[in-house]
Write a protein that binds this ligand. Structure first.
Ligand SMILES: Cc1cc2nc3c(=O)[nH]c(=O)nc-3n(C[C@H](O)[C@H](O)[C@H](O)COP(=O)(O)OP(=O)(O)OC[C@H]3O[C@@H](n4cnc5c(N)ncnc54)[C@H](O)[C@@H]3O)c2cc1C
Length: 391
């Protein structure tokens, strides 16, 4: 069967509330279970060969990337893990070697989409073979920060937490003995909360995916029970139409007030992102290279920032190790190590934060490349469409 049926009932730009007819998925899903149901339908009907998603590992802080080929295993992958900082685009390109000859369905956040676009330009992945179900993303909390914050700020043993969620601007935990929510603004004012790259992110609704799914805008009796789905491509329209026609997914028109609210929340989140950019970039101050040199003097040259960067290819691994510009055996490395890396990646940095997240010396690497990229975006903004400017 081809990727498209003849005439989808839905079209790009349509929006619906959708919820699953599958009781097992409904039990585990974050909202209406539309994401898991759509991916399951695509796999069952051979629209894709496999589905790349995450599932909960040993606890709520542990998001494990998983390639699913048996549709019945998808129920275990429903639900949102806000402490899951894995870049799905990296899993596809690095662990699955791009899987260019397979049709893959994937759940993606904004950073995954931006990274996939860069990877497609470099012919590392085949965008035509990807079915992308996007999830709105207000940001992730690193697992280490989450544990620390829950202990220090919530006064709860992080090992007792069995569920976390982000709702109405609060990070909420459920644990043995109760539940507690604290506003993200309060957490972030005190140095807790989302990863710094997520705070600066301006890509909240993933409209470059085939479908953009989220909870913003679901109000009334469907609040918490349905997924808000926006159709972003013909492929997405086709899958949604088929799943609804087959009766595996229920749908209804969204409440107009809900559409308005979704737009407002998105706008407020973008403003917040701009505020964080201003605040973070100001840290570079009058002497950015001085700050970069000072910070990177802690570097132990483990190469993690290079190996986990979705846009750093020619320099990855062995290539950089034998570079004429990098003296072997020198720790911390000569500033050339980082300057070369920055000059190589910064015009395509997607602000995924993997360099910083996985740096054992906690150097604010994402800040540097993102500041350079954002500056270039501002310079070119009048020539770009809004979506190209989204990171
Ligand atoms: C980190 C994060 C932040 C989010 N923030 C917002 C927000 O601010 N506003 C909003 O409207 N919606 C947000 N969402 C989306 C929302 O939580 C639901 O995922 C969406 O509404 C779909 O609901 P569902 O019941 O259809 O999904 P489900 O059927 O429960 O499927 C969820 C899918 O998400 C995947 N997933 C879970 N955690 C991750 C992760 N960390 N990285 C990648 N994939 C993951 C699962 O594997 C599964 O495929 C966020 C999601 C995530 C993962």
């Amino acid at each position: 069967m081809g990727l498209f049926s003849s005439k989808p009932d839905m079209k790009k730009g349509d929006m619906v509330y959708a919820w699953t007819a599958d009781q097992e998925i409904a039990k585990k899903a974050e909202c209406g279970g539309a994401v898991t149901t759509l991916l399951k339908y695509a796999l069952e009907h051979k629209m894709v060969d496999a589905v790349l998603v995450v599932k909960r590992g040993s606890d709520v802080y542990d998001a494990v990337p998983t390639l699913v080929t048996d549709p019945k295993d998808l129920k275990d992958t429903a639900g949102s893990l806000h402490c899951g900082t894995v870049l799905m685009a990296n899993v596809l390109q690095k662990r699955l070697k791009g899987a260019k000859n397979m049709k893959i369905g994937m759940t993606v956040k904004g950073c995954d989409l931006m990274a996939l676009a860069e990877l497609a330009k470099r012919k590392e992945v085949n965008r035509d073979n990807l079915f992308l179900v996007g999830v709105n993303c207000g940001g992730t909390v690193s697992p280490i920060m989450a544990r620390y914050m829950i202990k220090e700020k919530y006064g709860v043993d992080p090992d007792l937490v069995h569920k976390e969620e982000i709702d109405k601007g609060q990070f909420i935990i459920e644990y043995e003995g109760g539940h507690k929510g604290i506003s993200i603004d309060e957490l972030e004012d005190e140095g807790f909360g989302r990863r710094s790259n997520c705070r600066r992110c301006l890509y909240k609704v993933p409209r470059q995916a085939d479908l953009a799914c989220g909870n913003w805008g679901v109000i009334g009796d469907k609040a918490g029970k349905a997924t808000f789905v926006e159709v972003c491509s013909d492929k997405g329209a086709d899958l949604l139409s088929r799943a609804v026609k087959a009766g595996v997914l229920h749908s209804e028109a969204p409440v107009p007030k809900g559409i308005e609210m979704r737009q407002k929340v998105e706008g407020a989140m973008l403003k917040l992102g701009e505020k964080w950019r201003k605040k973070d970039f100001a840290k570079l101050g009058k002497d950015p290279w001085g700050m970069i040199n000072k910070e990177t003097s802690r570097c132990i040259k483990c190469y993690s920032c290079i190996e986990n960067c979705p846009v750093c290819f020619p320099l990855a691994g062995a290539e950089l190790k034998k570079s004429y510009a990098i003296a072997p055996g020198q720790v911390p490395p000569n500033p050339m190590f980082h300057l070369r890396r920055l000059s190589h990646i910064s015009d395509s940095c997607v602000n995924c934060g993997q360099c910083e997240e996985l740096c054992p010396m906690e150097i604010s690497l994402a800040l540097f490349s993102h500041a350079i990229r954002a500056e270039a975006d501002i310079a070119f903004a009048p020539k770009l469409g809004k979506s190209d400017y989204s990171n």
